[in-house]
Ligand binder design. Structure first.
Ligand SMILES: Nc1ncnc2c1ncn2[C@@H]1O[C@H](COP(=O)(O)OP(=O)(O)OP(=O)(O)O)[C@@H](O)[C@H]1O
Ligand SMILES: [Mg+2]
Length: 252
């Protein structure tokens, strides 16, 4: 098992004094889904935002420790953040489609990066829509406005948009929180396929989703990593009482 990401002694404090992450050590394997779960305010989104340096935009007072991707510390000032964010895509809870066509949403990032060849752009559109399990539904209307898609389709379009850039890692922060069960199922199925070739890190919207999707799971409580293990272990025989209380629905 190859660790794509190694997090070493990561601590994060926001300017208002909130200590959102405390001494986190976590290995995230390639070609698997790692789930970060736990109650509100545990630091899950903060950790995701460290992995693609989105926290650079937040009011961070202090960050220490390392986030190694393929052995390279991406918290280092010398890192080119734009190319990092191409390698580490992100999908948020609320799908935000761009005010373009379906195709335009997918080619935008590549065009920004200088790709002009129509064949390459067409290829990326088809590949990313297939990976996001949306191709069947939209292949005959790629020039329709993206905003006309359903919420579930828009969320898969956002996933496709990050995949069009051929990232290595995909971060998803409660990507199905606004979706009905059928759309949720489609997104989960797409992730199941994706993990064969990518490193998937998911903050699920429920314990049930965590248990369904996790190859590995990390339970966060108030900025601390309480327990880490295989999904099967964490959801069937947790070692720490707090984890057990949470997964069995006794709090949270
Ligand atoms: N930009 C910010 N500035 C100040 N404090 C923040 C910021 N973002 C998060 N926090 C604080 O850091 C802590 C962890 O928040 P975070 O959003 O990482 O938790 P979470 O586990 O994702 O929670 P949720 O399940 O509600 O999404 C909270 O106390 C939160 O108020
Ligand atoms: Mg969050």
């Amino acid at each position: 098992m190859k660790n794509k990401i190694v997090i070493e002694d990561l601590s994060l404090q926001y300017a208002d004094g909130t200590e959102s992450l405390r001494n986190i050590h976590l290995n995230i394997p390639a070609n698997a889904t790692t789930v970060l779960f736990g109650p509100a305010g545990g630091g899950k989104s903060s950790l995701l935002r460290c992995i693609n340096r989105l926290n650079d935009l937040a009011d961070v007072e202090k960050i220490s420790g390392k986030v190694l991707i393929d052995g390279e510390n991406i918290l280092d000032e010398k890192i080119d953040v734009t190319s990092l964010r191409r390698r580490v895509g992100m999908v948020f809870a609320q799908p935000v489609v761009l005010p373009f066509s379906i195709r335009g949403n997918l080619t935008y990032g590549l065009e920004l990066a200088g790709e002009k060849r129509k064949s390459r752009l067409d290829e990326a559109v088809e590949r990313s829509l297939k990976l996001a399990a949306l191709w069947e539904e939209v292949h005959d209307r790629l020039d329709d406005p993206a905003i006309a898609l359903s919420g579930g389709q828009q969320q898969r379009l956002c996933l496709a948009r990050s995949l069009a850039l051929e990232p290595e890692v995909i971060l998803l922060d409660e990507p199905t929180s606004g979706l009905d069960p059928i759309s949720t199922n489609k997104v989960e199925n797409a992730l199941e396929e994706l993990k064969k070739n990518y490193t998937v890190i998911l903050v699920p919207h429920s314990v049930q989703q965590a248990a369904r999707t996790a190859d590995y799971a990390a339970f966060f409580l108030q900025g601390e990593l309480v327990e880490y293990g295989s999904g099967t272990d964490l959801f069937t025989k947790p070692q720490v009482q707090k984890t057990e209380d949470y997964v069995t629905g006794r709090f949270g």
